[in-house]
Write a new protein. Structure first.
Length: 124
């Protein structure tokens, strides 16, 4: 199975009801989802099968988040780092409180450079 991923940026992620819906969708579509909740910006990362990622992204769109931006469209997973990567547990959602923690987690996944580019922190 080839893996796909996507990156979404929103104004904020605070609604526990929406987070619960995203957690349910992650389990239903068997994807790994990572959220940065709380204040600005809200960040969502999703990884899994092609259909799982696309369906999870569609779920996020239906929740109508403020300033929703699909920063990186669903595409085949490409790790920019050379280090060995440990795959996350699929079918679950993980929440983080700060952008710093989020960046560290993306580094653990071997996606730090990809994430920084997708967020617009660095140019091509």
């Amino acid at each position: 199975m080839s893996l796909y991923n996507a990156l979404i940026r929103t104004h904020h992620i605070t609604s526990q009801k929406k987070i619960a819906a995203l957690r349910t969708a992650a389990a239903h579509h068997n994807v790994y989802a990572l959220l940065r909740r709380g204040g600005c910006p809200g960040i969502m990362y999703c990884e899994g099968s092609e259909t799982g990622v696309k369906d999870w992204v569609a779920t996020v769109q239906r929740l109508r988040y403020k300033d929703y931006q699909l920063a990186v469209k669903p595409a085949a997973l490409v790790t920019l780092e050379e280090k060995e990567r440990e795959d996350p547990l699929y079918g679950r959602l993980e929440e983080l409180d700060s952008v710093k923690e989020y960046g560290a987690k993306m580094g653990e996944l071997g996606l730090w450079g990809w994430w920084r580019k997708g967020m617009g922190y660095v140019s091509d």
